[in-house]
Design a protein around this ligand. Structure first.
Ligand code: HEC
Length: 240
């Protein structure tokens, strides 16, 4: 028993140590019930991200159904090139991209599941100017990042103030906006929030069905309860 306790506390310590090395993320709360936010996120993902990243587990028309976007609007505004409404969301990026960035932009279908929505939100908030990098920017959440700061025009350009390493472990990074973007800081926060919210939805489109199914199951059980009660009363009526 004692040995088990020692092993367990060892594991716990190791887990805390591993955790302490990560840069703390900004808090983000997804709300996939907010359809307007998901629609904005989808629009912005198509405009700013799908040039490089696919969402290969999500089909255009599935997204349209879930988000209340008609096939007409999908075709007109969101679908790239010659893709059909029933196709998975692909990227326009040709295969040579490996050479352009040193890394293939990964598929983002499961990104918020793999890294957490907080992490994705923080990453998109935290590109900063760094003259030592080939693209002129860096990111504390993915040091040496090879993705360009594609939202720089909107967010503006910022410098990192405090180094990511604090004295007592890691501290959350601080930024100073040195050149404002076309969006105010609040607008940019909302923009990234919608984008992250959409990616949370994209990582599990069936969540909508599950939510719907849950209520049906509860309603069914409730009905069953009433029927069972009535049946019980019926059975016992003659005996009492
Ligand atoms: C010009 C191409 C390009 C565009 C446009 C682009 N990205 Fe990226 N993205 C990349 C590359 C390349 C990487 C790999 C970075 C690395 O590992 O250093 C990446 C990495 C990422 C990652 C981290 C993946 C991981 O876990 O390692 C996320 C999240 C991400 N991109 C989100 C987005 C979002 C959201 C948009 C739209 C606002 C976007 N990207 C637009 C090229 C792009």
């Amino acid at each position: 028993m004692k040995r088990l306790a020692i092993v367990l506390s060892g594991l716990l310590l190791a887990a805390t140590a591993a955790h302490a090395q990560e840069v703390p993320t900004l808090p983000f709360k997804a709300d996939i019930g907010n359809q307007a936010s998901l629609q904005r996120g989808a629009r912005d993902f198509m405009a700013y991200c799908s040039g490089c990243h696919s969402l290969k587990y999500l089909r255009y028309n599935r997204m349209g159904q879930d988000l209340g976007i008609s096939d007409e609007l999908l075709k007109k505004n969101l679908i790239l090139g010659a893709a059909k409404v029933g196709d998975p969301i692909a990227t326009a990026m040709p295969a040579q991209s490996v050479d352009w960035f040193g890394r293939v932009p990964p598929d983002l279908s499961l990104e918020t599941k793999a890294k957490g929505a907080d992490w994705v939100y923080s990453y998109l908030m935290s590109f900063y100017l760094d003259g030592t990098r080939p693209l002129g920017v860096n990111n504390p959440y993915l040091p040496g990042v090879s993705m360009p700061a594609v939202l720089g025009e909107l967010q503006g350009w910022q410098e990192m103030e405090a180094p990511a390493k604090g004295e007592g472990g890691e501290a959350a990074p601080h930024f100073k906006l040195v050149q404002p973007g076309t969006l105010s800081p609040e607008e940019y926060r909302d923009f990234v929030g919608d984008l992250t919210n959409f990616m949370v939805y994209a990582s599990e489109p069936t969540a909508f069905e599950r939510l719907g199914l849950g209520w049906k199951v509860l309603a069914y059980l409730f009905l069953l309860l009433i029927l069972t009660y009535l049946l019980k009363k019926e059975f016992w009526r003659d005996i009492h």
